[in-house]
Write a protein of this length. Structure first.
Length: 114
């Protein structure tokens, strides 16, 4: 349960004040989410493309200079490394299962309603 909580928190973009004008979420949140997606991609090579696509989609509307500034911030780096260290200590089979469930949930959520 703790693992699922960590992964879901890592993918949730908290409604906080953005650190930069053109970035719709904080540098800290961006670091958490990108670290989680990278970890899931590394944990499941067969589904890696799905996680990489999610990462690209999440930031596609952000100007490159603003994105680079956010990724270069201390808040981003601390969040990214903290999540990576936490996830690295979790059982790999459970991480893979939780990441797959997360993708399935996100795909179901993203489908247009009829």
């Amino acid at each position: 349960m703790k693992m699922r909580h960590i992964l879901m928190v890592g993918l949730a973009l908290p409604a906080m004040q953005p650190a930069h004008a053109d970035v719709p979420f904080t540098s800290h949140s961006l670091g958490m989410v990108e670290s989680t997606l990278a970890f899931c991609a590394e944990s499941d090579a067969q589904a890696a493309t799905k996680y990489q696509e999610r990462a690209v989609l999440m930031v596609r509307a952000i100007p490159a200079t603003e994105l680079a500034r956010a990724r270069d911030s201390a808040e981003y780096k601390e969040a990214y490394s903290s999540i990576a260290a936490t996830l690295a200590g979790l059982p790999k089979d459970q991480v893979k299962q939780t990441c797959n469930e997360m993708v399935a949930h996100n795909e179901a959520f993203a489908k247009p309603s009829k």
